[in-house]
Design a protein around this ligand. Structure first.
Ligand SMILES: [Fe+2]
Length: 281
């Protein structure tokens, strides 16, 4: 059970079929329909948060820090496209992920991810059928912590996975605002023109979100361009990331996995080329 971590009174994810559950799902679906993003404030209560912060502090030194330049698709430059095309626009990325194999089944973060009612609840919120909703089959990336230190953020990008569920664990002293543009691309249309406009600084469609520790966020990151503004102050920002995908066996690509985690496993090579759509990454 998860009472020691999650506020199950406020968020009855373990009581599907109850009126309270149905109301919660209806609220989340409305938020997701409107802009591809829903937030559950205080999903993890104060005592649970203490466990999560302790775990995050313990594993934070094992984060893979990467300092490189990346485009929004995590691909290499492609000179077939003209200067100014989004594929050819690279930004500094300085970030750190604690790979998924640092979170044991007995620890608080993976206990939430693997809790029997957690995936069904997220799937219900996203209104996805059972045969199109799976945990991410990536042993380095299914459940991770993003560590953001002073001056760091994460530039505009699309996620590899279709749905991401994040848990705010600790904020920096200031900064770290989550910014996103809902429904910017689809599985068959990259919408490069609109992406270029946002990279140029057009804020008309950009939404800002200030998440507090304990807040759970359900986000459709594969189709929404998003970024994290730089964090200020000495305290690190910790965000747990739970990933779910629409096809069984989906796994990160070799190139991107190497960028984010500093290593790849045989699993990643085996799965390369089995991707089911034509998006860049
Ligand atoms: Fe992302």
């Amino acid at each position: 059970m998860l009472q020691d971590l999650v506020d199950l009174g406020r968020y009855p994810i373990d009581r599907p079929g109850s009126r309270a559950y149905d109301q919660m799902i209806a609220d989340l679906r409305r938020e997701l329909d409107q802009d591809g993003c829903a937030v559950l404030p205080g999903f993890v209560h104060e005592e649970g948060l203490q466990q999560l912060v302790r775990e995050a502090d313990d594993v934070a030194p094992r984060a893979h820090r990467s300092f490189n330049r990346t485009n929004a698709y995590f691909t290499k430059d492609d000179p077939r496209f003209g200067i100014g095309h989004p594929i050819r626009r690279f930004y500094d990325r300085s970030n750190a992920f604690v790979p998924a194999d640092n979170f044991p089944a007995s620890g608080p973060l993976r206990r939430i991810y693997e809790y029997e009612w957690f995936m069904p609840f997220v799937r219900d919120a996203l209104n996805e059928p059972e045969d199109r909703f799976f945990r991410y089959d990536d042993p380095l990336a299914d459940v991770i912590i993003n560590v953001v230190e002073e001056g760091q953020g994460f530039p505009w990008h699309f996620d590899t996975n279709n749905f991401t569920v994040t848990l705010a664990i600790q904020n920096g002293d200031s900064g770290g605002t989550f910014e996103y543009v809902p429904n910017l691309r689809t599985s068959d249309d990259e919408n490069f023109k609109a992406v270029a406009s946002i990279l140029d600084g057009n804020r008309a469609r950009v939404r800002e979100l200030e998440l507090q520790p304990g807040d759970l966020q359900v986000f459709k990151g594969r189709y929404a361009l998003h970024r994290v503004a730089p964090v200020a102050g000495t305290r690190s920002r910790y965000v747990g990331i739970f990933s779910f995908v629409e096809a069984e066996g989906m796994c990160g690509g070799v190139e991107r996995t190497r960028q984010l985690y500093g290593r790849v496993l045989p699993h990643h090579h085996e799965r390369e080329g089995l991707r089911k759509d034509q998006l860049l990454d």
